[in-house]
Ligand binder design. Structure first.
Ligand code: GAL
Length: 632
């Protein structure tokens, strides 16, 4: 999407006297919300996808049977809507017309009698069931099954050209077909064809597939052509708008956290994968969880982090592992992850359906404020996630990552509630009600997640800390010059490679991104020895867009964070309301005490928080908007 940089004349004049920083123009206020607002994702999508249940062995009967269970079991009423066909549906691309041909052996209703196959009968049937339909493609010329050699039985057939089933060079034609003619409502766009079809691919060497110089190098951001990747995904987005005049589409990006997608997906589509595939193993669930859990500021209504689909029902999350299944579901609900079931629902037990259908958990995921839970306590053993709901109350998940019982203490501080007020809890798995004042102990069973609704006296009466409302924040510029992999993500065995390597490496760029209640590198927020329990941690040369409607004031204690290096550089904090400069700090160096920065926003719709560096920094400069809040 094209970003406008149109500072008002007043703001431009105010800034004219400032020294230039490295990214000066990108820091200019726009007075606008620049995250993607196309498609239909005001809430995280819910539904079912064929992949984790059937892999390439997908067929029409299985899709319809799962859809029927969704309707009959009440899951549709609980919000599950999208029925998504993943890899394995395609037969080939017609050599003369370029039109995609469906594998009618597995999708018989697609054989329409003419020489043109159509998914319309299937999407009509799903729509008649009150559901929505999703399709799958790849941004390259070839699919994942072709690229990585799996799923041979249902891989596309025909000549080399006919087997090029991906969107590359066919974006307009395919999107028109899938949405205009076939009536789909959702597309997942994978990226295997731009990742793995280089000269070293054995099937390219054998002449089975055409070589395509990879745009994505999964292990090297420097060797990834980020602008080219973005351009392809932008083209799909534009075609989706053209072929969905009613705007009823959902655009799912699937490049598994590569190509620095963390920083730009929110401008291009509705959901974006944060990691490689989930697998039905505990360690893999932790891996995918961690790839999204510290990125609360990178998700808002319209744009969600996607740690991949649910695996409730299988392996470590099967009916012998109800604690693990509940944890997986609870955590995805708290993170505002898409709730996409990946199970053969014909086999689902009532207990499994009850987990997937827990209305209280679903309500957290579907809360209209769209605040992804923020980590209030973070270790490799135990994590507390806190989510602020639209009505101002909270949900808290206490998560035991380990296989042993652990005693934990939840405090009022974790919830940003007053220590002397009573806090009412409702356990969303047992329904049990309780209350406490100050702090409360629990013992978490192995792999258990306790999830509560919590109501207490807010520590900040009237106002809201910014870190309580990540759904109102868009990280428009994050100040990262050199994207680095995030080392905080649990490094699990990759099941499809097993231990045929010397271990998993940090992979997904995102280290140093803006954080709620933490510095960008995971430290406690601290300015000149003063700690802040709450605030936004970000790097200098950043710009945050904050939805300010409903509030009249912004206030924070600002300064360079103590976690940065003593390079003599200075930063300046600026606050804008609808594009106009409302207030700014002095230029501030490391170890200078936090300064108050409080402005009247006049109810501005978009408050922008800009931190400029003086261009002299030799290392990234963490800066802290301590206690940052919007007030009445
Ligand atoms: C992967 C993707 C999976 C699934 C698979 C199909 O790239 O991450 O979710 O779609 O391809 O082959």
């Amino acid at each position: 999407m094209i970003r406008l940089h149109l500072p008002t004349i007043a703001a431009a004049c105010a800034l004219a006297a400032l020294p230039l920083s490295a990214a000066a123009d990108e820091l200019d206020p726009t007075g606008a919300w620049s995250a993607y607002s196309g498609g239909q994702a005001p809430l995280p999508p819910m539904g079912w996808n064929s992949w984790n249940a059937f892999y390439h062995d997908v067929d029409e009967e299985k899709v319809i049977a799962s859809a029927q269970v969704i309707v009959d079991s009440g899951l549709a009423d609980a919000g599950y809507r999208y029925i998504n066909i993943d890899d394995g549906w395609w037969l080939k691309r017609d050599a003369d017309t370029g039109r995609m041909v469906i594998r009618t052996a597995t999708f018989p209703s697609a054989a329409t009698g003419s020489d043109r196959t159509s998914f319309r009968p299937l999407t009509d049937r799903l729509h008649a069931m009150g559901l929505k339909a999703g399709i799958y493609s790849d941004i390259g010329r070839n699919s994942c099954g072709q690229t990585f050699g799996h799923g041979n039985a249902n891989n596309p057939a025909g000549t080399l050209a006919e087997r090029e089933v991906g969107l590359y060079d066919h974006i307009e034609q395919d999107i028109a077909l899938y949405f205009g003619e076939w009536g789909f409502d959702y597309i997942k766009v994978d990226g295997c064809g731009i990742r793995g079809m280089g000269a070293d691919n054995p099937n390219v060497q054998k002449g089975i597939y055409r070589e395509m110089a990879p745009l994505i190098d999964f292990d090297s951001i420097a060797k990834t052509d980020v602008p080219a990747v973005k351009d392809l995904f932008a083209q799909v987005g534009q075609a989706l708008v053209r072929h969905n005049p009613d705007g009823d589409f959902l655009y799912s990006l699937c490049i598994w956290g590569s190509a620095n997608v963390r920083s730009w997906a929110k401008e291009y589509g509705n959901i974006s994968r944060t990691s490689e595939d989930i697998a039905p193993y505990w360690g893999r669930m932790l891996h995918n969880l961690d790839s999204a859990s510290r990125r609360a500021l990178y998700a808002q209504p319209g744009n969600w982090n996607d740690p991949d689909m649910l695996f409730v029902g299988t392996g470590d999350f099967d009916s012998d592992h109800p604690a693990e299944a509940r944890s997986h579901f609870s955590l995805w609900a708290m993170l505002n992850a898409p709730l996409i079931i990946g199970y053969d629902l014909r086999k689902a037990t009532p207990e499994q359906l009850a987990i997937l259908g827990n209305r209280d958990l679903i309500a957290l995921n579907q809360d209209p404020a769209g605040n992804q839970a923020v980590l209030a306590y973070d270790t490799e053993d135990v994590q507390f996630f806190v989510k602020t709901l639209a009505d101002g109350t909270k949900a808290v998940a206490l998560f035991n990552r380990t296989a042993t019982p652990i005693p934990v203490t939840l405090t009022a501080d974790h919830l940003k509630y007053a220590a002397d007020g009573e806090i009412a809890l409702t356990d969303l798995w047992s329904g049990e009600a309780s209350s406490f004042t100050g702090e409360q102990e629990f013992t978490l069973a192995p792999h258990e997640t306790r999830v509560f609704r919590a109501a207490g006296t807010r520590a900040l009466p009237g106002g809201m800390y910014l870190s309580e409302m990540p759904g109102r924040i868009n990280v428009a510029e994050e100040g990262i010059d050199f994207p680095e992999p995030d080392p905080m993500i649990h490094r699990a065995i990759v099941p499809w490679q097993n231990t045929r390597s010397n271990g998993e490496r940090p992979r997904y760029t995102g280290w140093g991104g803006a954080r709620a209640d933490s510095t960008p590198y995971g430290q406690m927020l601290r300015i000149a020895d003063r700690e802040f329990l709450t605030g936004i941690g970000v790097l200098a040369n950043s710009r945050l867009e904050v939805r300010g409607d409903g509030f009249r004031r912004f206030s924070a204690m600002v300064g360079r964070d103590d976690s940065g290096s003593d390079d003599g550089s200075r930063v300046r904090f600026e606050v804008y309301g609808d594009g106009k400069l409302l207030g700014a700090s002095e230029w501030m160096g490391l170890a200078e005490p936090a300064k108050p920065l409080s402005v009247d926003t006049g109810g501005a719709a978009i408050v922008e928080l800009v931190v400029r560096g003086d261009g002299k920094a030799t290392r990234p400069v963490p800066v802290t908007w301590g206690d940052a809040a919007l007030l009445p």
